[in-house]
Design a protein around this ligand. Structure first.
Ligand SMILES: Nc1ncnc2c1ncn2[C@@H]1O[C@H](COP(=O)(O)OP(=O)(O)OP(=O)(O)O)[C@@H](O)[C@H]1O
Ligand SMILES: [Mg+2]
Length: 230
């Protein structure tokens, strides 16, 4: 299992004012490893997560998830990939207000038309595994920032995604919680053997990761290859 981006280009805006954010990017991410994606604001980290997670189609290039090219799938095909193979965890956690923790994990099953009762025990176990066994019925406004982030992590992992994409998970938590969350993310990634890519400005997240990829290096590699005529 791996995620391979080959010669990926993404730009925004109309032709006359177009800005290229990712320019012929090549990078591979492996299963069981957490990669921290670092680089200045605006360098394209979130954009890379969006194309990797089939939320955004690149202008050109291939996105190979376990050998399947996400760039050429139909909208419907990409929706299926997102539903079945990708877990997302974003900066704010994006929890649904008013819903108890365990229901946050089950909400996707409700929307998918499944009977959530069948998943309830598994949802409780998933929350217990991120250290929230004592907070199963707490709503977001009754949880700390770090606890909310852990609910978001449990939810992202709930459907055993092959690919876990995480954007700035520690922006809203204190230093010690950031370190714990980063360690938990790396540990769950090894146990679930998923490909995890986490965009971050947080040194604690980079430190807990198995690998650090700097957007500037990816861009430099492309520029270097272009200069040497490859
Ligand atoms: N939908 C969009 N339309 C136009 N421009 C966009 C769009 N999304 C992103 N951009 C631009 O692409 C560039 C890269 O944005 P991106 O969000 O990927 O950066 P980032 O590395 O995640 O930054 P940060 O560290 O601040 O989160 C930015 O200059 C941004 O303005
Ligand atoms: Mg970003």
């Amino acid at each position: 299992m791996s995620l391979e981006l080959i010669s990926v280009t993404v730009g925004f805006g109309r032709t006359d004012t177009r800005t290229t954010v990712l320019d012929g990017l090549d990078v591979t991410f492996e299963a069981g490893r957490t990669t921290a994606l670092v680089g200045p604001s605006g360098s394209g980290k979130s954009t890379l997560l969006a194309v990797a997670g089939a939320l955004l189609r690149p202008d050109s290039g291939q996105i190979l998830l376990d050998g399947d090219d996400l760039a050429v799938l139909s909208d419907r095909g990409r929706a299926k990939v997102r539903r079945e193979r990708v877990g997302y965890m974003f900066q704010s956690g994006n929890l649904l207000s008013g819903l108890p923790a365990v229901e946050q994990l089950l909400a996707a099953a409700y929307i998918g038309g499944e009977r959530p009762r069948a998943h309830r025990a598994r949802a409780e176990e998933a929350l217990t595994r991120v250290g929230l066994g004592h907070r199963l019925r707490h709503r977001p406004d009754q949880l700390s920032g770090g606890e909310r982030q852990r609910v978001a992590l449990a939810r992202a992992l709930f459907r055993s995604p092959k690919l876990l994409l995480v954007d700035e998970p520690t922006a809203a938590v204190d230093r010690s919680q950031a370190g714990e969350l980063a360690a938990l993310l790396a540990e769950r990634t090894r146990q679930d053997d998923c490909v995890t890519v986490v965009a971050t400005h947080d040194p604690a997240v980079a430190e807990a990761a198995d690998r650090v990829v700097d957007m500037a290096e990816l861009t430099a590699a492309v520029a270097g290859a272009a200069r040497s005529g490859h």
